[in-house]
Design a protein around this ligand. Structure first.
Ligand code: HEC
Ligand code: HEC
Length: 232
């Protein structure tokens, strides 16, 4: 081979793509997140596709230990998940965990609930956008119906929110979301539950929490609607 071809090719590649700082695990993790196609299903900031959960503030809501265990084998945590197992090398997984744990919403340029269109919506609809974007949905599932696995909790699932209107006033619900909660282990001899209710007061404003409260209050618990004449 012509001895100039290889160096010329390398130069061309270097000129096209900015090289990440390969000494930095977060930079390597970002490169792999894009290179492995995670962006086909996940958004971070305004990049990617939101077929799966938005990961912009993943590092705020999920611990590194949980992210690591999820990436090792998504089906071991949730047998029903559609997230593929990438059979990642340990070193690649460690870099992805470093990158994802560093995502604490700094990537949001315009928050999806702060666009002009969203600002004009009624509070419950804006609250739904917040619920889905900041990742309440990743633990409490669509419309808060629960169903996501957690370890060492009674019933094995994260709490359903579909009946919070029965147990909470709006201000109590606001305080609960603001302050977070650590679930009580079902068995004190086993490792504590990995999914905890984050302290959202550190991430969301009082107004944003109020919008989420309005959304949760708009979810009617199944079977709670007053019977109408068509029911008989
Ligand atoms: C084919 C689409 C798809 C691809 C590709 C994909 N994921 Fe996922 N991912 C999902 C879905 C869907 C979920 C939601 C899990 C569920 O519903 O059980 C998810 C969940 C996650 C979660 C948990 C999110 C949360 O909020 O709890 C993380 C972290 C994650 N994926 C990281 C990755 C990484 C890293 C890659 C690339 C190596 C990747 N995903 C590739 C579909 C995908
Ligand atoms: C990392 C997972 C996770 C995320 C993300 C999360 N939660 Fe939770 N949440 C939990 C767990 C676990 C509990 C149960 C805590 C306990 O046992 O006291 C809980 C409890 C709650 C409760 C009390 C339910 C009850 O039955 O008393 C409310 C309300 C709630 N979450 C709302 C939210 C909202 C709103 C968001 C988003 C702004 C959110 N959660 C995001 C894990 C999560």
């Amino acid at each position: 081979m012509n001895r100039w071809i290889l160096p010329a090719l390398l130069l061309a590649v270097a000129a096209c793509s900015p090289q990440p700082d390969l000494a930095d695990p977060i930079a390597r993790g970002e490169r792999d997140f894009n290179g492995l196609g995670c962006v086909k299903c996940h958004m971070i900031g305004d990049k990617g596709h939101n077929w799966g959960p938005d990961l912009t503030n993943l590092g705020f809501r999920k611990s590194s230990a949980w992210i690591d265990q999820w990436l090792k084998d998504p089906h071991a945590w949730n047998p029903k998940t559609v997230m593929p197992n990438f059979n990642l090398k340990d070193s690649t997984r460690a870099d992805l965990v470093a990158y994802l744990s560093a995502q604490k919403s700094q990537a949001w340029k315009v928050k999806p609930w702060e666009t002009e269109a969203a600002k004009a919506l009624p509070a419950p609809e804006r609250g739904k956008i917040i619920f889905n974007s900041v990742g309440c949905v990743s633990c409490h599932a669509k419309d808060g119906y629960g169903g996501y696995p957690n370890n060492n909790v009674a019933g094995g699932l994260v709490n359903s929110l579909s009946k919070v209107t029965e147990g909470y006033s709006k201000s109590e619900l606001h305080e609960k979301i603001k302050g977070g909660a650590v679930p009580i282990p079902n068995d004190s001899k086993l490792p504590p539950p990995m999914l905890q209710m984050p302290k959202w007061g550190d991430q969301l404003s009082a107004k944003e929490i109020d919008d989420v409260v309005e959304y949760l209050f708009s979810l009617k618990p199944a079977g709670s609607a007053a019977p109408s004449k068509d029911d008989f």
